[in-house]
Ligand binder design. Structure first.
Ligand code: PEP
Length: 248
């Protein structure tokens, strides 16, 4: 069975009430490939607004969630609070959180488990730095990040893996189709060995890192690239072209 193409939009800490409403209006009015699953991740403050305005069939993701159910955790948001607000997905393990906020592999894994246990789906990000790539450690780094999750999570059916080389995020420097395909294939092989044959066949592995309307069609042709996680370009009208990359 073919894997459904998946495109996520990570707004990061960008937007205002007006700009988010206008991005959503653009998506609501656009002709989107009905075979592609679309999820947008606005800042937490705008999740309810986004859910209220975004048309049904398009889903909302948080950019983060905490691994405790409730209590004295100032600044955090729980899985059940997201679910109650109509948020069905969360991003986890984005490199900006791993690097800037020092989130460890184990913490990302714990949050992934909490999200899945509570009924959210997870876009699980992984990726290497430029130094790690140049040292030939890409697969080692990425699979260590994934293994931390596999140690706690057996069912991967609600996980989409986003491979995002850090050196390609927000830099305009996209991985070549071959670089991306090679890592995606290695992740799929790792899934077959460490999780299951079913997870290897069915898990969507999407690419993120300076995806644009110009480079998306070539990347989408690769056998193991099942979609994209889009940062900067998800704030622009061209996001629609990226969503439709699989039918272009
Ligand atoms: C991201 O934030 O996940 C991302 C891939 O950003 P950009 O598309 O801007 O490189």
């Amino acid at each position: 069975m073919a894997r459904q193409f998946f495109v996520g939009g990570n707004f990061k800490m960008n937007g205002s009430v007006d700009t988010i409403k206008s991005i959503i209006e653009n998506l609501n009015n656009a002709k989107l490939d009905s075979k592609t699953e679309v999820v947008i991740a606005p800042p937490a403050l705008y999740l309810l607004l986004a859910r209220e305005h975004l048309r049904s069939g398009l889903e909302i993701a948080a950019q983060n969630v905490f691994d405790k159910p409730n209590g004295a955790f100032t600044g955090e948001i729980s899985v059940s609070q997201l679910k109650e607000s109509g948020v069905t997905w969360t991003l986890l393990g984005h490199s900006e959180r791993r690097v800037v906020l020092k989130e460890t592999d184990a913490f990302v894994a714990s949050k992934t488990k909490a999200a899945l246990d509570g009924g959210l789906s997870v876009i699980l990000c992984c990726g290497e730095s430029l130094e790690e790539r140049e040292a030939g450690k890409t697969i080692e780094v990425v699979t260590a990040q994934l293994k931390a999750v596999a140690d706690q999570v057996k069912d991967w059916s609600k996980i989409v893996i986003a491979y995002e080389p850090i050196w390609a995020i927000g830099t305009g420097k996209v991985a070549t189709t071959q670089q991306a395909q090679d890592v995606h294939a290695a992740i799929r092989e790792w899934l077959s060995k460490e999780v299951s044959a079913e997870a290897s066949e069915k898990t969507r592995i999407i690419y993120g890192g300076s995806v644009s309307e110009k480079n998306c069609s070539e990347l989408a042709k690769e056998k193991d690239i099942d979609g994209f996680l889009v940062g900067g370009a998800s704030l622009k009208p061209a996001f629609v072209d990226i969503i439709n990359a699989n039918s272009a």
